[in-house]
Design a protein around this ligand. Structure first.
Ligand code: SF4
Length: 467
């Protein structure tokens, strides 16, 4: 999506009263829950620092931790697949499913599968995909992409979902949230036993035990992994934690910042397929480790910090831009501040290029940095992206011209003086009024510049001294 298309979509969304009301309502509930949840911490800043230090340690030694994970997971009978690109990951998953003769998969929520466009890839090959997370189920039925990394259907009101369910399942328009949940359950339950494979993401990869940790509120991930014969998990390579013991810190931190809960309802650790002495579980378990641009981010000491992200969604909810334009406007898997930081580095070169402009979708207020549980300096990374773009000459001619004029004026006091006062006002209105002034009144510059006021005061002072 080009910058122009982003601005157009953003303008439409910002003027959409219904969207604003729905988001304000849902975000309001989130804000209240998270503020309450944070009170459970005696020293939240220390908890955030500790989390950041663990992720720092992981990123400084990522290859070793990934190898440790692979070794331990393989020892337990699991198989690890390394995917350098989205295409490789999607092909590998399709190939596993075809080897096992799979015709349908149940899937729990996973942004990594969105990133590799897995649903489209599988459906083109004739494999039916059933999203089992309620929010994902709703957006799948609507033919949409997830709106938010934690709450995929955040943009929909109860009435929107009731209308959708009425059309598809003939539920009454007055159905309550509980009644619609029951309808979704009736649709999905048979698929867990019918489908031969379950696909999940992973919130964390645990190096020391060779396991994956999944956290969820609906129990659908447990059903997705317990009933089908095959379990395939896909995770970005940055998801590693050194030890299972680290979950004691990360599970509550993720829950608090994601939904305001002390801890999410269902937390499960998977350490490979069913063993000979076990009655239940999948016959085969695979973990796909996805690079897709992450290794290049890791190679950049500054950008590496973006890989600390635990996908809690707090920065999206805090961002004044996201709250106005909404998740779909970004047209990238990851939206909001973290999406704007990483989208220009994720995927193939074309996808990266298409998302470069997102680094400018920020007011740089720093609210995202304030709320991030792993202390990622998001607004600094947005500036870093912008600097990289500018250094690569990827800025518009108008912008380069404006900065060249500004620099010339700043370095030349006489020139600066000639643009003061009324001329300055006119220039200000002409340049910025076209960009920012269409729907708001711009401030008037003061009639006298600081330089003029200073000179006048000096003259008054000198005259007083001479008297
Ligand atoms: S960048 Fe921080 S606040 Fe944003 S989703 Fe990731 S962990 Fe959460």
């Amino acid at each position: 999506m080009s910058k122009k298309a982003f601005l157009k979509a953003a303008a439409i969304k910002t003027a959409d009263e219904k969207h604003r009301q729905t988001i304000a309502f849902n975000m309001g509930k989130y804000d209240a829950a998270v503020a309450k949840g944070k009170q459970n911490y005696l020293n939240l800043p220390a908890a955030r620092r500790h989390a950041k230090n663990i992720k720092w340690q992981v990123m400084e030694h990522l290859p070793q931790y990934l190898q440790e994970f692979e070794h331990n997971f393989t020892q337990r009978g699991g198989k690890v697949i390394w995917a350098e690109t989205a295409q490789q990951a999607a092909n590998a998953i399709l190939s596993i499913l075809q080897q096992h003769g799979v015709k349908g998969v149940v899937k729990s929520k996973s942004m990594a599968t969105e990133e590799i466009h897995l649903n489209e890839h599988l459906e083109q090959a004739g494999i039916t995909v059933y999203e089992t997370d309620l929010g994902e189920f709703i957006v799948q039925l609507s033919g949409e992409k997830p709106y938010h990394i934690v709450t995929p259907a955040m943009h929909k009101s109860r009435a929107d979902v009731a209308t959708l369910f009425n059309r598809l399942f003939n539920t009454p328009l007055s159905a309550t949230a509980e009644e619609m949940t029951q309808t979704a359950r009736r649709q999905l339950r048979p698929q867990y036993t019918r489908c031969e494979a379950g696909i999940t993401g992973a919130n964390f990869l645990l190096a020391d035990i060779g396991g994956i940790a999944i956290t969820e509120n609906e129990g659908n991930a447990r059903l997705t992994t317990a009933l089908p014969r095959i379990h395939i998990a896909i995770a970005g390579i940055e998801k590693v934690l050194p030890s299972v013991k680290d979950l004691a810190h990360f599970w509550p931190l993720l829950a608090t910042h994601g939904t305001g809960q002390q801890v999410t309802v269902y937390n499960t650790i998977f350490t490979g397929p069913r063993r000979t002495d076990e009655a239940e579980g999948p016959e085969a378990m695979y973990v796909v480790l996805l690079d897709n641009g992450r290794a290049a981010m890791l190679a950049d000491p500054k950008l590496r910090q973006a890989l600390y992200c635990i996908r809690c969604g707090a920065c999206l909810n805090a961002c004044p831009v996201y709250r106005q334009v909404g998740g779909h406007t970004y047209q990238s898997t990851y939206s909001g501040p973290i999406g704007s930081v990483i989208a220009p580095h994720i995927g193939n070169p074309k996808e990266q290029k298409d998302h470069e402009h997102l680094s400018h979708a920020s007011s740089l207020c720093g609210r995202c940095t304030e709320v991030c549980p792993v202390n990622i300096p998001l607004h600094e990374l947005l500036l870093y992206n912008r600097r990289k773009m500018a250094a690569a000459g990827a800025t518009a001619f108008a912008e380069r011209f404006a900065w060249a004029v500004w620099k010339k004026m700043m370095l030349n006091p006489r020139l600066l003086q000639t643009t003061e006062n009324n001329l300055g006002n006119r220039l200000f209105s002409a340049i910025f009024g076209r960009i920012w002034g269409r729907q708001r009144s711009l401030p008037q510059l003061p009639p006298k510049s600081f330089r003029t006021v200073w000179q006048e005061q000096q003259q008054i002072k000198n005259s007083a001294d001479n008297e």
